[in-house]
Design a protein around this ligand. Sequence first.
Ligand code: FAD
Length: 389
Amino acid sequence: MPSYTGLDFYEIDELLSEEERMIRDTVRSFVSDEVIPIIEKHNRAATFPVNLIPKMGELGLLGANIHGYGCAGLSHTSYGLIMQELERGDSGLRSFVSVQGALCMYPILTFGSEQQKEAWLPRMARGEAIGCFGLTEPDHGSDPGGMETRARRDGKGFVLNGNKSWITNGSIADVAVVWAKDDAGTVRGFLVEKGTPGFTTRDITGKFALKASVTSELAFQDCRIPEQNLLPGTTGLKSALMCLTQARYGIAWGAVGAAQAVFDEACGYAKARTQFNRPIGSFQLVQQKLAWMATEITKAQLLALRLGRMKDAGSARPHQVSMAKMNNVWMALECARLGRDVLGANGTHDEYQVGRHMCNLEAVKTYEGTHDIHVLVVGEALTGLAAYA
Ligand code: FAD
């Protein structure tokens, strides 16, 4: 049983199976023992803790909800609990696992040939091969349909030209799932392997969010892709969006973990820190902040769990995933801001976690569909009227 137990104000543990609690506790211990002690150092140095990748593979965390091909074959709810625990450590770590599983292994599984699945999935599950997902371009973020990257048919293969930006794991990836328009203007997915002539990467430096995560630009200049590297099942932008729905599901859970981390730190600090000869936790205004955080975390836990159960039953819809991503990341970011406030000046220093989570969550609010784009997805589901353009 891990020493950290997390906030469970509504006895949500009772709604989990014994197996789900065991998986959650295993990842919780891994994060307490191997992530928390090193993460600030990596965040300060802006490096990703690559040494954790083999261990995450051993624990079955990579592509954990994929069945077969050496993957753990867990339920979507168990997968969500894994994301929650990883993001308690750091959003960068959860991003790595999200991209590997939901944005690279999932498209290979769903749209790939048998040969592609055999070639990549077992190695990726073990952490021996790393993946990334290239959709965003310098001039096309929220509207990926406007992408300029082109895959021109040339004999038996394709020639790729274009640029992708803000790509998690970009420079450390062995394989990139790259989205490009073919000669007919249809968006297709391609597997671009590291070292392919004409494919280069450059890391984005100077981030104040997700510092312990690799973010890169990908460039393709007359990059020749063999026919067998086309993901044959991709049939348009909706294929890429299906991957994003998988990843957003994980984010909805992960945000709960980040919020739990900041609540835990803020509550502990409020009980220990004295001002005016009293613990600051005895002041009504501080209690109001803690009560708000605990209430919102509890609501977000229930939302994530219900979504997980629906996903396991095969009934979760993309707009429901959008609501959970939108709400839970907003909630976590507000908790992080309040937690930072409760810690006073110390909340601005990386000796404490609140500031790191707060900065990370600003990026999480933007990526995988911005908060406002998810508002519009929910609005469209409610009214039947699209308000994007
Ligand atoms: P824009 O689309 O330019 O949006 C700017 C603002 O305008 C936002 O507030 C947005 O909500 C608003 N806006 C845009 N359109 C509308 C509209 N119709 N109505 C109302 N408001 C609107 N991408 C990948 O492909 N792969 C990755 O691995 C990846 N990793 C990332 C990692 C990090 C750390 C970050 C920061 C980003 C990553 N991204 C990745 C990119 C991310 O998905 C995009 O940043 C995101 O989709 C938003 O695009 P944008 O930044 O171009 O913002």
